[in-house]
Design a protein around this ligand. Sequence first.
Ligand SMILES: Nc1nc2c(ncn2[C@@H]2O[C@H](COP(=O)(O)OP(=O)(O)O)[C@@H](O)[C@H]2O)c(=O)[nH]1
Ligand SMILES: [Mg+2]
Length: 299
Amino acid sequence: MSDLHKSGYVAIIGPPNVGKSTLLNRLLGQKIAIVTPKPQTTRNRILGILTKKQFQILFLDTPGIFQPAYRLQKIMVETATRALREADVVLVMAEGNREPGAEEERIIRLVAKTKIAAVLAINKVDVVRDKKVLLPLMKCYSQRYAFREIVPISALKGDGMEELLGALAKYLPPGPRYYPEDMITESPERFIAAEIIREKVFLRTGEEIPYAVAVKLEEYKERDHVLYIKATVFVEKDSQKGIIIGEKGRKLKEIGKLAREELEATAGKRVFLELWVKVRPKWRQNKRDLRFLGYQSLG
Ligand SMILES: Nc1nc2c(ncn2[C@@H]2O[C@H](COP(=O)(O)OP(=O)(O)O)[C@@H](O)[C@H]2O)c(=O)[nH]1
Ligand SMILES: [Mg+2]
């Protein structure tokens, strides 16, 4: 390995729904983080490892940064700000069809406090009709903060990925690989399975339901090339339980089918999925419930 090899942590930071998880999956060429059109999909810190000849980037996908209202949201925002503080390079994400507002300002202030090298990616340029607006927007951001580089991208289409990686690699510290080159993430398969189920709940329910949902894996075992997965979908109220189960259990069946299909594709084997719905009042506020469901304040 040459002396030039670089490696380090890149925290992906931004407001909810800007495309952080989409970008992580795109860069890795594999889905390790769930993505939905709804804000606050990601709740944990997710490590994605990208190994190239000259560098290894340890991406930290994070929940969005926003004003938290309840304990789960506080843990989410804490998780993001902590990843930000621990990073070697910060990748701030913004949207191409949005002027910087209060959310963006708040994030810029947090980044400024750390003094860590920051690269700005302006995402979703595929939906920016008039590309002429990008230049003034980039200028506007550069006046607000000394970003080392500003790169327009489309995480969805894969545009600007090489430019972005080049920009990030420039500011990585020299160092050896931290992880084996064939490793993509540290997330256990069980975690990803629970996340896939949660993603399908997010996609198939509206209003407040997604935010009141947590998924806990009860069983994950392989027998005769078949994966048996049993999971509980937790909600806060009976009414939410009713909506998720649906008329004659149709909604839950639909969620289960979507999840099973993706789990089978990911695992490359048949999956037998059993889903249960349980009510746990106010779990989003309760410390013990949150810990039980895998949401823990990192300090
Ligand atoms: N048009 C467009 N949509 C995108 C792009 N990147 C992400 N999205 C969409 O934005 C929504 C939120 O994406 P997600 O990755 O979950 O955002 P996160 O909350 O920042 O992690 C999803 O519906 C994505 O499909 C992009 O480059 N272009
Ligand atoms: Mg996300």
